[in-house]
Design a protein around this ligand. Structure first.
Ligand SMILES: Cc1ncc(COP(=O)(O)O)c(C=O)c1O
Length: 375
């Protein structure tokens, strides 16, 4: 049976990986500044992560949500302690789209309404409600287009104030740093306006932290740079360092009932263990601090490259904006310099999403390669 081809592929086959390096089937080593799309948070094959997962597999890998699984509570407590999000409850699922799908459902259950306000260049996933609030009509099937959604320009206070006058609005969904869209961010003023108005009008504020969460921006969540408090927070990607795990932090104002949400795989033993060990490493190795420090170092080296128009993003969720499209440069970085980087909807932005363990040596290697290509 052939594969249903939906992915354009680079002809590289990784067979092993350690830290911020990947080795392919020919034994060639690559510096990974892409992290499998912001998924690798504590570094490839981290020894603590491997030890914990192997041990869990030797005991029990999976059972469904019909039995007691204390690992879920352990994960919720650890998450509360590192994120400092104290009055939330946790629902576990397996992907970012599923997290947003459940958050949107909760907002609709809670308010009894259907319309969502989202932002231009947003990406929230590919399931039904999540893709409907994603600003990319080419990935929406007709069935997804039925949902009422209004897309606004990020940071446009006037349009926002007008849009929330619609009595059918149940939720606003917002990324703290737009990942796929090209690293644009809401200003603190705008995020505060959105948060305040949502509270005033009983509209649910959903913070999509699928990519920006778990320490990537230098704080545990991206919204924490803006001093606001969302009603729902969605997580995935870096949460499992490659193990598929996602979740929704649900403010205590929401009442649960049996059967309201559910999933077969969400919160299974291996997924919880993966995420607990990620949190342990983030704490032990002070990776949020490292993300903030490496951002500073990255910016200082970027300022010496004349072709860089601006550095976008925060922490280790960064983008270099050039005045040319970066597709060719990315190919040269991969095939001539053995460095993986990412792309975005903005074709002039080169995306940098390394493991939070990255050091100065690797960042220097990247800028030396850039200089060779550009100067
Ligand atoms: C901000 C954001 N939300 C949601 C998703 C969807 O996550 P997943 O691919 O795990 O469904 C992504 C994926 O890139 C994302 O960047």
């Amino acid at each position: 049976m052939a594969l249903f081809e939906v992915y354009p592929l680079y002809d590289i086959e990784p067979v092993s990986a350690e830290g911020v390096y990947i080795t392919d089937a020919q034994g060639v080593s690559y510096l990974d500044l892409y992290g499998g799309h912001a998924v690798i948070s504590i570094g490839h094959s981290h020894p603590h992560y491997i030890k914990r997962l192997k041990h869990q597999l030797d005991n029990i890998g999976f059972y469904s949500n019909s039995v007691v699984n204390p690992l879920q509570e352990k994960l919720a407590l650890k998450l509360q302690s590192l994120s400092d999000c104290r009055d939330y409850k946790l629902f576990l699922c397996s992907t970012g789209a599923e997290a947003n799908e459940n958050a949107l459902k909760l907002a609709s259950f809670y308010t009894g309404k259907t319309k969502v306000i989202a932002f231009k260049n947003s990406f929230h996933g590919r399931t039904s409600a999540a893709v409907a609030v994603t600003d990319n009509s080419s990935i929406q099937a007709p069935i997804n287009k039925i949902q009422p959604v209004e897309f606004l320009d990020l940071n446009d206070a006037q349009s926002f104030l007008k849009a929330i006058e619609d009595k059918e609005v149940c939720a606003v969904i917002l990324e703290a740093v737009q990942g796929v869209g090209g690293l644009d961010q809401p200003t603190t003023e705008f995020y505060k306006l959105v948060s305040g108005k949502c509270r005033e009008k009983d509209i649910i504020l959903i913070a999509d932290e699928v990519q920006s969460g778990f320490g990537r921006t230098g704080l545990f969540f991206g919204f924490q740079h803006h001093g606001i408090k969302p009603d729902l927070i969605t997580i995935a990607k870096g949460m499992g360092n490659g193990f598929p795990v996602g979740g929704v932090l649900i403010h205590e104002q929401f009442e649960s009932r049996h059967g309201m949400l559910g999933t077969t795989f969400g919160g299974n033993h291996l997924a919880c263990t993966a995420s607990i060990s990620v949190l342990e490493v983030i704490e032990q190795e002070e990776l949020m601090k490292n993300a903030a420090e490496m951002e500073k170092f990255f910016r200082s080296l970027a300022s010496k490259i004349p072709q860089v128009i601006q550095v976008k993003g925060r922490g280790l969720m960064l983008g270099l904006e050039f005045d040319f499209e970066v597709a060719e440069l990315r190919k040269k970085l991969i095939f001539d310099h053995r460095i993986f980087t990412g792309s975005s909807k903005n074709k002039k932005v080169l995306r940098i999403l390394p493991a939070l363990t990255i050091g100065k040596k690797e960042i220097e290697r990247f800028f030396n390669a850039l200089k060779e290509e550009l100067i």
